[in-house]
Design a protein around this ligand. Structure first.
Ligand code: EPZ
Length: 420
C-alpha cells in the first residue's frame, strides 16, 4: 500500500486549482441512467471513487467514453442489466445511488447492500422506505437489495426522519420520472444536492424548492441528455484552507466558490485567518500568526460540515487555547483522535465531543489512515509536526483528493508518495 512521507515545518504558500466535487459527481454520474440520450459531464475529479462509479455504469452495459481532460460522455441507452455487484459496492457505498435511477427508468434494480464503514453503520433504511412509498417492491436477499416497480413509480409525500444526503439524492432521482407529484420533506440542502437537482432540471426534470428542505417534483415521461459542468469540491477547498491556517501560511485557491462553504470560512476567520474571495477564487492568509482554537459542532448544511471536522481538529491541536469539536452526524467519526494523540496532541473524548488543548508543535510519527477525512487530518498534522511522519494506507486519501501530494508540493510542503 502506498505511503506518504511528510517532513513537517513548512508554511503553505502559493496557488492551486480546486478539482470538481466528488460528492456531486457521484450522484450526477448515477443520474445519467435517467437520460434517453447522451450526457456530457465536465470537471469530474480524477479520483478512485469516480473511477469506481464509471466502472459500475460500464458493467451495466452503459456506454462510457473519457477524453484526456476527464470530460466524460455517457449514453445509458446501451444498458443491458440493472445490477450493482458486491465487488464494486463494497469499495464504494455511493454505488447505492444507482438504485433510484434504475428503478425510475427501468423498473428494476439489484444493488448489493452497502455495508458500514469506519465512520459508522451508514444504514439506507430511508432510501428504501422512500422508494416503497413510491410503489417499489423491495426485498433484501443474499446481501442484495432487489427492487421492482413493474408498473413504474408513483409520486408520494415522504418525510425523511433523518436529514440524509444520499437518501435525498436517491429519492429525487426516483421522483423525476415517477407518475404524478412527489414531495420530499426534511430534504438535505447540501450544495451537492443542489448541483444534482440543477443537472436534473437541465435534463428536463420539474423540481421546485431546490436548496430548501422541501422539494416538490412533478414527474415527466422522459429526460433528455445534456452537457453539465460539475461544481467545485467545497471539502477539498476547505481542507487546503485549513491546512494553510494550521501551517500559518498564505494560499490562493482557484476554480472554487465561497458561497458553498460559508460557515467554514467564518470559522477560519474566528481562528484568525484573513479571507478574501471572488467569483471563482478564495485566498487565505494567517500573516504568519498561530491559529486560535475554534470550537464547532457538525450538523446538516448550512451548518458546519461533518466532512470538515477532522481537518479542523488537526488545526486545533496546534492552535492557541482550547476548543471542543462535537460530531453529531456519524457515530464513529472521531477516530483520528488516537493517531493525533500519538503525534503529541492533547485531545480527550467525552462521548461525541473531543476537547482539544492546543500545543506549540506536534511530533512526527508513523500513523495510519482509517477513512478519507481522518487521513486528511493526519496529513495536516504531519505538516505542523517536528520531523518525519509516515502516513500509511493512503488509498483512503486517493478516494477524495485528486493529486494531493502534487498540490501540496506546489504549496511548499515537503511531501512524497512511496509506493507500498
Ligand atoms: C454523504 O454521505 C457524503 N457522501 C458523505 O461524505 C457526507 O459525510 C455525508 O453525506 C453527510 O454530509 C457522498 O455524498 C458520496 P447521509 P451519505 O445519508 O449520503 C443516517 C466524504 O467524506 N442515515 O447524509 O451516506 C446516517 O447513518 C463522505 O466525502 C440513516 O439513518 O450520508 C448518518 O448518521 C463521507 N438512514 C446520517 O443519516 C438512511 O437511510 C447522514 O448520512 C440514510 C442515512
Amino acid at each position: 500500500m502506498d505511503k506518504l512521507i511528510i517532513q513537517g515545518g513548512a508554511s503553505l504558500s502559493g496557488e492551486i486549482k480546486i478539482s470538481g466535487s466528488k460528492n456531486s459527481g457521484l450522484p450526477i454520474l448515477a443520474a445519467t441512467i435517467l437520460a434517453n440520450g447522451s450526457m456530457k459531464l465536465s470537471n469530474l475529479p480524477h479520483l478512485n471513487d469516480i473511477t469506481t462509479m464509471l466502472a459500475l455504469l460500464r458493467c451495466m452495459g452503459v456506454d462510457v467514453t473519457i477524453d484526456e481532460k476527464m470530460c466524460v460522455e455517457i449514453n445509458p441507452n446501451s444498458i443491458t442489466h440493472y445490477d450493482a455487484p458486491y465487488e464494486l459496492v463494497k469499495t464504494m457505498r455511493a454505488s447505492i445511488l444507482v438504485l433510484g435511477p434504475l428503478l425510475a427508468r427501468f423498473g428494476e434494480a439489484n444493488v448489493s447492500f452497502p455495508g458500514g464503514c469506519a465512520i459508522g453503520s451508514r444504514p439506507v433504511d430511508i432510501h428504501l422506505r422512500g422508494l416503497e412509498a413510491m410503489g417499489a417492491e423491495i426485498e433484501v436477499d443474499g446481501g442484495y437489495i432487489r427492487a421492482r416497480a413493474p408498473n413504474g413509480l408513483r409520486g408520494a409525500h415522504f418525510f425523511m426522519e433523518t436529514v440524509t444526503v444520499g437518501g435525498t439524492e436517491n429519492l429525487l432521482m426516483a421522483a423525476v420520472l415517477a407518475k404524478g407529484k412527489t414531495i420530499l420533506e426534511n430534504a438535505a440542502r447540501e450544495p451537492e444536492v443542489v448541483d444534482l437537482a440543477e443537472c436534473l432540471v437541465a435534463m428536463g426534470a420539474k423540481i421546485q424548492g431546490i436548496g430548501t428542505d422541501h422539494l416538490v417534483i412533478e414527474g415527466v415521461d422522459e429526460l433528455q441528455g445534456c452537457s453539465y459542468r460539475i461544481m467545485p469540491d467545497r471539502i477539498e477547498t476547505g481542507t487546503y484552507l485549513t491546512a494553510a491556517a494550521a501551517t500559518r501560511g498564505s494560499v490562493m485557491l482557484r476554480h472554487t466558490r465561497a458561497d458553498i462553504l460559508e460557515v467554514v470560512l467564518l470559522k477560519l476567520e474566528e481562528a484568525g485567518a484573513k479571507i478574501e474571495s471572488g467569483e471563482d477564487w478564495i485566498s487565505l492568509t494567517m500573516n504568519g500568526e498561530r491559529p486560535k482554537a475554534v470550537s464547532l459542532k457538525t450538523a446538516p448544511y448550512p451548518a458546519f460540515p461533518t466532512d470538515m471536522q477532522a481537518q479542523f481538529m488537526a488545526m486545533n491541536t496546534v492552535a492557541s487555547g482550547s476548543a471542543t469539536v462535537t460530531e453529531t452526524i456519524f457515530e464513529n467519526r472521531l477516530i483520528q483522535v488516537n493517531e493525533l494523540n500519538r503525534m503529541g496532541a492533547n485531545i480527550s473524548l467525552e462521548g461525541n465531543t473531543a476537547l482539544i488543548k492546543g500545543v506549540e508543535r506536534l511530533k512526527g510519527a508513523p500513523v495510519m489512515a482509517t477513512d478519507l477525512r481522518a487521513s486528511a487530518s493526519l496529513v495536516i498534522a504531519a505538516m505542523v509536526a517536528d520531523g518525519e511522519t509516515i502516513v500509511d494506507r493512503i488509498y483512503h486519501i486517493d478516494r477524495g483528493y485528486e493529486c494531493i501530494e502534487e498540490k501540496l508540493q506546489i504549496l511548499g510542503a515537503n511531501i512524497r508518495r512511496v509506493p507500498g
